[in-house]
Design a protein around this ligand. Sequence first.
Ligand code: ADP
Ligand code: MG
Length: 645
Amino acid sequence: MTSLPTLSTPPRRPIRELPDELISQIAAGEVVERPASVVRELVDNALDAGATQITLRLQAGGVRLISVEDNGCGILRSELPNALKRHATSKIASLSDLESVGTMGFRGEALAAICSIAEVSVLTRVDTPDEPHGWLFDGRTGELQPTARATGTTVEVRELFYATPARRKFLKTDATELGHCIEAVRRHALARPDVGFAIWHEGKLVAQWRAVAGGGMDALRQRLADVLGEDFIEQAVAVSWPVDPPDDGLERLRVWGFAGVPDAARSRADWQFAYVNGRYVRDKVITHAARSAYEDVLHGHRQPVYALFVSLDPARVDVNVHPTKIEVRFRNSREVHQGVHHAVEGALAVPRSGSNAAEATTPVASPAAPAWTPPARQAPFSFAPREAEVGHRVSDVGALWGFGSGGASTGSARTDVFASPPVSASAAYAPDTVRAEPVAALAAPQPLPEGDWPLGRAIAQLQGVYILAENAHGLVVVDMHAAHERIVYERLKQQLDDQQVASQPLLIPATFSATPDEVATAEDCAGVLAELGLEVSMLSPKTLAVRAVPTTLAQGDPVELARSVLAELGQHEASTVVQRARNELLATMACHGAVRANRRLTLDEMNALLRQMEVTERSDQCNHGRPTWRQMGMKELDALFLRGR
Ligand code: ADP
Ligand code: MG
């Protein structure tokens, strides 16, 4: 048997103060991981100096050279040597300043750290009559030389990690490092549409984003389109929360930006940009809140895309918890979570129409403002003014789809939408009879001019699967099962929230032979079932009878419905049908209640479905996150046929 090595006490060593150079090198280990970290710090500084144009020049992915040129305020000759010293900063002077930092930097260690691991020189000029020219400062020798330069600063960083070759070995290829550098600038660029950026690599211009005049949502939209591409903005909805912030001058939590529709989700979480008081952050609270807002519309592992800006009283967030300031700590993270969740969820819930989502929102330009000042609330695209009218009309055909609320109308527009004369019990489960009856009601005058219907006028059904409709933009194609499923789902959710799932008794109970599990669940969960509008009772130890079903699902198969609900309930603790299980349950139910493929619909039924979609939240996606409808614009159609216009 081999003996274990014995732990010997290390020899005693004296406690010494570390030399400054070494302290900076250790700090550099935290601050500078790769060229992109240097880029971020230098761009931070340029923005803090009030620059409106920032130009980067890189060589060998930033390893050989990173030069950041700005047109900011410059550094006074007398302060130049200080700028490169450890813990030297112009941004805070006291602990109380730290409570309200509005600048990107404040730790005063970036330049010193970079100096300790690379060759740094600073070329700068302040706009003052005392200094008719600029100064070139050599970080290694401390030499100062007069030079010509316009107001502003250029910091050059050469041979990164020359003094620490071990670190240099960890770097990836030039192309990869360049990619990280561009990403670092991109994060800044999204937060500051008012600043122009240009990136050169080996003498070639690799990215350029021009400063956007104005401000607010319009400027942000333009910058997002420039940086992330037109596609991003075409598939994004504007976020602005709260809807009506009180005008009391208090610095309240605000959330704004753009969130991609579920359709635009990606397999990687690489297009999730979150900012707190203008600072790019990676924050679990925000990420989780945003993802949870997509829960209902994005299933599986797809990652939503968004650029979200959170602003709050600086005293309520600690930015000094991480050397690179990329993490923050909120005093009340619950408040932030709720704000972000509501902001995104609300934006996604607004039904969109037209050929693209961005067009559908009508932003109101807000005056030029600091980048992190939230824009004035813009009016989201909304069907609201017409809701009542549409609702009234749709109510006439509500029964076609089994939307009837059993006559229990509370008078609100929302309820009206679904209100319908109670369907007689005998007619339940005889869809054809149910459908035949109210068609006459469709002759009622249509209050909304046809041309105004966002989803257009139905013209045909394709292969029993799609509804084709014509609107102002061209052709609309609707997946009828997916769309109807969402409508039924939202309807059930609403009813359950209001604690009144309308239930409809069956004249003849539907019996089925059940497993012992099913019988047990039916007994244990009678209360939950009743809440869901279902009544299932035991006829014998092996037989269950469905006696009532939710009115919304009246046209489905009661046995199938009961079986799948029992199966789901059996998996959960009856007393804790939490939000998540609840929504899954409702989704299962909705699937049973939704109109099946291959069912022939009349034009009136198709139109009824389109009108329902227009007033249903989140109707752009089915419960599984797939789109429910698509627009094919005339341009696209013309292109198909090579038809010039
Ligand atoms: P911090 O940004 O945390 O203050 P840095 O080490 O990044 O620390 O910068 C030190 C100081 O140098 C800053 O506080 C600022 O006064 C000055 N400085 C750095 N870069 C610039 C620049 N591009 N323009 C003007 N001043 C600058
Ligand atoms: Mg700094």
